[in-house]
Design a binder for this molecule. Structure first.
Ligand code: PNS
Length: 165
């Protein structure tokens, strides 16, 4: 049987993109020739509004991932399974940091499976150096004027400085 996965989605809120997200995108690209980083217009995990607009989150992700060939960044709204159909992706790749991620990700994978059993969910274990990293922690540190340069690329650090100055 020939492999059927040639295009995967790496979805998320990316508010903002971090080195952890970039690591997941890079690893997705290692296992698949085409990767679409799908930036959700809808609200993320905690159901609250985002710090950066959809356009800003897309732009920052594009800048951060500009060096990775085979990786594109697109916004989406609505259901992830519909977006996967629209762009022709056969799987979703997400990073898992800790057990706390597992339950949430399992629930999302289950829901996506119910909506489209053909859309595969693939998980990569987050690299140990990024296991603690989250966009919300980065936003909090930046909002108090802390140094986020080890967590996010320079373009994102600059955007955070402007947002919280
Ligand atoms: O960065 P996050 O918060 O983990 O990303 C979550 C995201 C955007 C991938 C998820 O909320 C999502 O897929 N939203 C689109 C709406 C959808 O398809 N919902 C049903 C499956 S959860």
């Amino acid at each position: 049987m020939e492999p059927t996965i040639t295009h995967v989605l790496v979805p998320g809120t990316f508010d903002p993109i971090t080195y952890g997200h970039m690591d997941v995108a890079r690893r997705a690209r290692r296992i698949c020739p085409r990767v679409t980083v799908a930036v959700a217009a809808s609200l993320g995990k905690r159901g609250v509004g985002t710090t950066f607009s959809l356009e800003e989150r897309v732009e920052l992700a594009r800048e951060a991932l500009a060096d990775l060939d085979g990786v594109e960044v697109l916004p989406f709204s609505g259901l992830l399974v519909d977006f996967a159909h629209e762009v022709g992706a056969q799987a979703v790749v997400k990073g898992l940091r800790a057990m706390t991620d597992f339950e949430y990700e399992l629930q999302q994978a289950d829901l996506n499976y119910r909506l489209d059993p053909e859309l595969e969910s693939i998980f990569v274990m987050s690299s140990p150096e990024y296991g603690y990293l989250s966009s919300s922690a980065v936003r909090q540190i930046a909002s108090f004027g802390g140094d986020v340069s080890t967590f996010v690329p320079p373009c994102v650090a600059a955007a955070l400085r402007t947002r919280f100055k």
